[in-house]
Design a protein. Structure first.
Length: 273
């Protein structure tokens, strides 16, 4: 009887046949197509008005108002300061989030029991479920206008994102290295720092750099609600219909995002090679 159960478990663990895998893939694709079609139908987009001659003419007049951009030295100096402010907001917010995310990822990976794991993950889900704009609105009431509120808003949301990603990384690590150190007399903290954390460090840094890319864009958007940086300049000049000046701010945003994306991509490739 035991021999029969052993054979049954052995067959149960065998990989599924290709036909079954293809069927599951086809069903998943079909469900995705149905969801996409239902989304388009529920939004009720008026394609005729979107591509009408009047809409095209208005869009063309609006875009032509941005040319040529204002390149006066006084404005460029202000844009440079706002660019550095946006860069500082994103970098500091990401650094704070990485520190808090790692601290919360340890219990969220299950190292302090099942209750601490689910409790911490619920906490992380709350932080990442609230968008940066909502965090910024709350922080503006508490701290007032300026980059400080934007930095804390970025840190709050990104802590939830990085904490969950870090927790998944730590949970999926192979246990052999840490177990070997524990068997040879190392404490749990030393074993974690020199084995698991060392193994996970390239992946953790890669996640952090990727979130920094996203936070550059988010920092520019947060300025629209008064959190400083390029976004605040853009909102101000657009509200006054100063289109050439707004064009200069937009160009600065594009250059900043492109530079940070290139730097982050290079660093992530260097870490994972």
């Amino acid at each position: 009887m035991k021999h029969t159960n052993s054979n049954f478990n052995e067959y149960a663990d065998m990989p599924q046949p290709p036909a079954m895998i293809e069927l599951k893939t086809a069903l998943a694709l079909l469900a995705l197509i149905v969801l996409t079609v239902a989304s388009f139908l529920s939004v009720n987009i008026d394609w005729n008005n979107l591509f009408s001659n009047e809409a095209m003419r208005s869009s063309k007049e609006f875009l032509l108002g941005f040319a040529p951009p204002d390149l006066s030295s006084n404005l460029l100096n202000k844009v440079l300061i706002a660019t550095l402010e946006t860069l500082a907001m994103s970098a500091l917010g990401t650094a704070i989030a990485a520190a808090f995310g790692l601290a919360l990822a340890v219990p969220a990976s299950g190292r302090f029991g099942i209750i601490a794991k689910h409790g911490t993950r619920l906490f992380l889900n709350f932080f990442r479920a609230v968008p940066e704009l909502v965090w910024a609105s709350v922080m503006l009431i508490a701290a007032g206008l300026g980059p400080f509120a934007g930095t804390i808003a970025l840190a709050a949301h990104t802590s939830g994102v990085l904490g969950r990603l870090f927790a998944e990384t730590l949970e999926n690590l192979p246990k052999e290295c840490e177990s070997t150190l524990r068997i040879n007399g190392s404490s749990a903290t030393i074993a974690f720092l020199y084995a698991s954390l060392f193994q996970a460090l390239p992946q953790l840094l890669s996640y952090t750099l990727y979130r920094w890319e996203n936070n550059i864009r988010a920092a520019a958007i947060l300025g629209v609600v008064g959190a400083g940086g390029l976004g605040q300049m853009l909102k101000y000049h657009l509200s006054l219909f100063q289109m050439p000046t707004a064009a200069t701010v937009i160009i600065a945003m594009l250059i900043l995002v492109a530079m940070v994306d290139a730097l982050s991509l290079w660093m992530r490739r260097h870490l994972t090679d």
